[in-house]
Ligand binder design. Structure first.
Ligand SMILES: C[S@@+](CC[C@H](N)C(=O)[O-])C[C@H]1O[C@@H](n2cnc3c(N)ncnc32)[C@H](O)[C@@H]1O
Length: 289
């Protein structure tokens, strides 16, 4: 299939149309190195806690991986990805013509709150609209510039139509290679771990701050259950990233771990320390972490 993506940077491709709190597109070069070092070029790449799939879609459009499984338990996020794949032209039309105003924000907010999955594409677009017009891309936050629009930045500050339509169009060319699903991340890991030619990158909700960022935050028992599953699959190919908290060192005490720094650009560029946990097969290869 011929896909026109020549102008996308292969250093750190920015292709996801979603802004994501904690988005991991900056991990692209490191994931690419791991996948190459492990001889998994052209594999099926799985994000069980997908959000904006910042790194994974970069791997897809630069040809590092062949398929991307996008899983998120949030019906709003799922609806967006599904709409991008099956109603690509419709979505581009909505983005190209959307009114950027507080009245329209309220209308889209109502659709998002109703979370009616039988109106999947309307829910998908409302999710996108709020993601691009809310402070820091947080779906439960208010609009950039406030309801009175008296802030420095206004509701349209992050809604660059031309660029967003182009990202959606390019990803539409890959719709046969993208599989959006809406399951519990643990079921997805159990389904794909150990299958030939697969790589899992798990970026679950953090221990701290997740409650204010995502619909589905994790409780202590969810973190434990995930650790149980990933440790059981220690000989399969996966990478996990978390906020740098003591619980991660305890839950994954037998796995190799590495602290790393990430630049986040929500409103201003900030540095955060996170921790990467490697399955035993990933630890064996010489990666750039
Ligand atoms: C840290 S974010 C992922 C950020 C993503 N890596 C990116 O680059 O944009 C975590 C995501 O996991 C989703 N989530 C929370 N609990 C889940 C579960 N049990 N199963 C699947 N997804 C879940 C949330 O809706 C959220 O979108």
């Amino acid at each position: 299939m011929s896909r026109t993506v020549s102008h996308i940077s292969t250093r750190r491709p920015r292709i996801s149309p979603l802004r994501y709190p904690g988005g991991k597109s900056a991990l692209y070069p490191r994931l690419r190195a791991i996948i190459r070092d492990m001889g998994l070029a052209g594999c099926t790449y799985i994000e069980p806690y997908a959000g904006g799939v910042g790194a994974g879609l970069g791997l897809l459009v630069t040809g590092q991986v062949e398929h991307v499984i996008i899983n998120d338990l949030d019906p709003a996020i799922y609806s967006f990805w599904k709409t991008l794949c099956v109603d690509n032209d419709w979505l581009i039309e909505q983005v190209a013509t959307a009114t950027l105003s507080i009245d329209e924000w309220k209308r889209q907010h109502k659709i998002y709150k109703a979370a009616d999955t039988s109106k999947r594409r309307e829910l998908g677009f409302a999710t996108f609209y709020l993601n691009r017009t809310n402070r820091s891309g947080v779906l439960t936050a208010g609009p950039i510039g406030g309801f009175k629009q008296n802030g420095t930045y206004k509701i349209n500050a992050r809604f660059n139509r031309k660029d967003l339509c182009e990202r959606i169009r390019i990803l539409g060319l890959y719709s046969d290679a993208i599989v959006p699903i809406m399951c519990d991340g643990i079921d997805v890991i159990n389904r794909y771990a150990g299958q030939k030619n697969t790589f899992i990158y798990a970026d679950p909700p953090y221990f701290e701050k997740a409650k204010s960022l995502y619909l589905n935050a994790f409780q202590a028992e969810d973190h434990k259950a995930l650790a149980h599953v990933l440790n059981n699959h220690k000989d399969d190919s996966w990478l996990l990233t978390y906020d740098d908290v003591p619980q991660v060192y305890e839950l994954y005490k037998d796995r190799r771990k590495k602290r790393f720094q990430l630049n986040y650009s929500a409103n201003k560029v900030m540095k955060a320390t996170e921790v990467a946990v490697f399955s035993d097969t990933v630890s064996e290869v010489n990666t750039c972490w």
